[in-house]
Design a binder for this molecule. Structure first.
Ligand code: G4P
Length: 544
């Protein structure tokens, strides 16, 4: 049945709810090198979105040749741009949000996570939980995003799986609920036991005379076939291990998982496409469909249900077109309700501007396609010339606003100057453009003509310099600024004004004209904080 006939079959509202219910929008979080790219590719393979492994990278390479600033990605072997990949598999519509892995780009990753309804946490079986995993996990917890765990690289020597579960329990305060249990690791990796079905899933080593295709699952008890995969001692060891872990851990409880207290555990080898089908099946079965989202309508708090008729959504990412000859941007819109159809008019809440969405894009793994229709949970790309910004709320009436797309206080603040002074005006426009995309943050000090650019990591400056040169033909110089920290001001209006008036030389405005205090040290923030107890010095800002 086609997507639309399913929607039209029942009453419109039921149809919308049913469409939303089959969406699974998720992101992968991991520490660099744990295998996120490899897993992404193999999930697409498992979902039938690509036919052979290697296409994601190949597609990346093509894209890179078209875009100069992506040289940085290529040279450093890191991924700095995020996108979404959509595939329809086994009755479910999966939207995989790709997040950049490098820690300098965590701000971008955080925003992408605001569009995810679930996350897959990939751990390297030899390394367990690494620093970046922990950081991203904390963001998921803050946003109540349920976590599925995939323990990767079982084809290599791994830590004791029980120790890995202990680490998850102690470091993340999450109950691990293994759905599978591995038989050995590295050279002795034989496969895994499906604890719910009591089936053994054999792992085929790649050897000179085998292509490494994994055999079909066999009964763990009561059949003869198992003997061809496990020796008696191995069988017994797996049986005892599985029994022990089942006694020691709580059984999988979907409600506890959805509430963020429990994580189902999958094992596998992304590189060898082992355990990936099971993971995808698990995401389809357990990960949540899009949920009710908090918003305000004409100032009144309310919840937007995925089955609501009005088409609504929010922009969580804006990316400049990969084609340097065009300055279009693509805004990534996560739909939160309604049935979107191509050509529809949507209004931006804060500016009131109306937009005819004539060429919305959906990102299928091998291609971009025009989206004729989309439902809550889906992500569409809207090409535009700067009308849309990160954090914008779109709806048919234009009266609805979503809360919660944060800006994070930058950790590095630099002054930016253009080499050719005649191009100063040009620079302003370019900096504003990049700030609107969320590449970097822009602060304009109340005194003086310089701009201060803020970023979470040094690499953001390099990307920015590269893009300014290639897309705007501007050679810029970054210089150290006297500032170490930036804080948005909140609290009583009169107190904020009093503070700002007395600290004029340290005050700036951000791209939304909001007041920002630029401090020379974190000590200074503590100091002024004590003297102005009614002013809040905030590390994050949610756009209003
Ligand atoms: P990332 O996106 O999380 O940074 O990781 P990526 O997938 O790029 O994987 C990092 C390295 O780990 C790659 O090796 C990849 O082949 C390897 N890898 C991923 N999954 C598995 C697995 O299940 N088993 C084993 N043995 N290796 C795995 P590389 O040598 O750094 O890169 P490449 O030359 O293979 O591309």
């Amino acid at each position: 049945m086609s997507i639309s006939s399913a929607a039209d079959a029942a009453s419109p509202r039921q149809g919308l709810a049913a469409q939303a219910a089959r969406r699974r929008t998720f992101a992968i979080i991991s520490h660099p090198d744990a295998g996120k790219t490899t897993l992404t590719e193999n999930l697409l393979l498992a979902g039938g979105a690509i036919r052979a492994a290697g296409q994601v990278r190949a597609r990346g390479e093509n894209r890179r040749t078209r875009s100069d600033w992506m040289k940085i990605e290529r040279e450093r072997g890191i991924s700095v741009s995020a996108s979404v990949m959509t595939f329809d598999h086994d009755g479910k519509m999966f939207n995989l949000l790709d997040t950049p892995g490098h820690e300098d780009f965590s701000e971008d990753t955080y925003r992408t996570l605001t569009a995810a309804d679930a996350a897959v946490m990939v751990l390297d079986a030899a390394k367990g939980i690494e620093p970046q995993t922990l950081k991203l996990f904390e963001v998921c917890r803050l946003r109540d995003i349920p976590i599925v765990t995939f323990i990767n690289k079982m084809d290599r020597e791994a830590q004791d799986p029980i120790a890995l579960l202990d680490e998850i329990a102690s470091k993340l305060a999450l109950d691990p609920a293994p759905l599978y249990w591995p038989a050995g690791s590295g050279n002795r990796f034989k496969g895994m036991l499906d604890l719910q079905r009591d089936m053994f899933i054999p792992f085929a080593k790649k050897t000179a005379d085998s292509d490494g295709e994994h055999p079909e699952p066999v009964a763990f008890h009561g059949g003869n076939s198992i003997a061809s995969y496990l020796e008696e001692g191995e069988h017994q060891e797996l049986e005892e291990g599985a029994m022990l872990v089942q006694e020691a851990s709580k059984p999988f409880d979907r409600q506890a998982f959805l509430e963020g207290h429990m994580t189902p555990i999958f094992f596998g080898s992304a590189l060898r496409h082992f355990g990936v089908d099971q993971l995808l099946e698990g995401i389809g079965a357990y990960a949540p469909p899009p949920k009710t989202v908090k918003a305000a309508k004409s100032g009144e708090p309310m919840g937007v249900e995925p089955g609501d008729k009005e088409v609504t959504g929010f922009v969580f990412k804006v990316q400049a077109n990969m084609d340097p000859n065009h300055r279009d941007r693509i805004a990534f819109l996560k739909l939160t309700s309604g049935k979107f159809s191509r050509g529809m008019k949507l209004k931006v809440q804060n500016t009131g501007r109306q937009l005819s969405v004539n060429a919305p894009i959906m990102f299928f793994a091998s291609d971009r396609e025009l989206a004729e229709e989309a439902f809550a949970g889906d992500v569409i790309g809207i090409p535009n010339h700067g009308v849309l910004r990160v954090g914008d709320s779109l709806s048919e009436t234009g009266t609805l606003r979503f809360a919660g797309l944060p800006n994070f206080a930058p950790e590095i603040l630099q002054r930016v100057r253009v080499k050719d002074p005649l191009k100063a005006k040009h620079l302003k426009k370019a900096l504003e453009g990049l700030a609107e995309e969320g590449v970097t943050q822009l602060f304009r000090p109340n005194i003086g003509a310089d701009f201060i650019v803020g970023a979470v990591g040094q690499l953001q400056f390099e990307v920015m310099a590269d893009r300014l040169a290639n897309e705007y033909q501007l050679e810029v110089i970054f210089e150290p600024s006297p500032y170490a920290e930036a804080r948005w001001l909140g609290g009583d209006k009169a107190d904020v004004e009093d503070f700002a008036g007395k600290h004029r030389s340290a005050m700036a405005t951000d791209i939304d004209e909001q007041p920002v205090f630029l401090a020379k040290s974190s000590w200074e923030i503590g100091y002024v904080g004590e003297r102005y107890p009614k002013v809040r010095f905030e590390r994050t800002k949610e756009r209003t």
